[in-house]
Ligand binder design. Sequence first.
Ligand SMILES: [Zn+2]
Length: 252
Amino acid sequence: MKKNKRAELFKENLSKGFDMPTDAVGEKMLREYGAVFVAGNGAVPPDKVVFKNEAEVAAWQKNIKSLRENIAGFEIELQAAALKAYKKAIEEAGRNDLTITPRGADSARRIYAETVTLWASRVNPALLHWVEKGRMTEPEAGNIRSLSPFEQVPEIFKLESKGIFFSKDLSKSIIYSVAPPGTSQHLSMLALDIEEHKSQEVREILAKHGWFQTVISDLPHFTYLGIPENKLKNLGLKRITDDERVFWIPDL
Ligand SMILES: [Zn+2]
């Protein structure tokens, strides 16, 4: 299948009212994190790439049927279809003497404020680092600190295009480390960070139950797409192998 054809397929599989981004940040987020927007089989993806604030997230989450459950000591909240599939995967893993546990209390649903805190936890130390290394001046760093979290995003991307990276290890784009505020798949309640992500068997069981890796380099992170793996190409997704992992991302 040709790339253009797959891009068309992807667009056809977005929800009818989907707000197609027209700015560079939104387009990048759709390319990098966009697999979730074609999730199906009971999953309801958001109809936009970026939630602008807490009120937008709360208004959207309120209308989605979610379920909460204590799993391995963590209170997990996910869309109903996603949690049911996760529990089936846990059962199947159990029959093979494996466990599939959340990494922590913030492994499933998040609110807007958490995405802001996580973003700042990468941006602020990186600013200190790059000023110390002489790659930017203190006034330039101060200028970025003075912006609202989402206004910081295009500025950070501009610096990254010059090799000034903001991921935790400062070697790659921040988007492979944390999501820009309001863009995290965790806001959609269709994402889950898994402790046993290094186990290929665990990854295969999750995939059998509709949970796939869709954010390159975010290794513990899984996304509920609800679709069998052999049908993902029909949604306009492409299969990428990176770090010996399989990722499914939009072919845009
Ligand atoms: Zn995650």
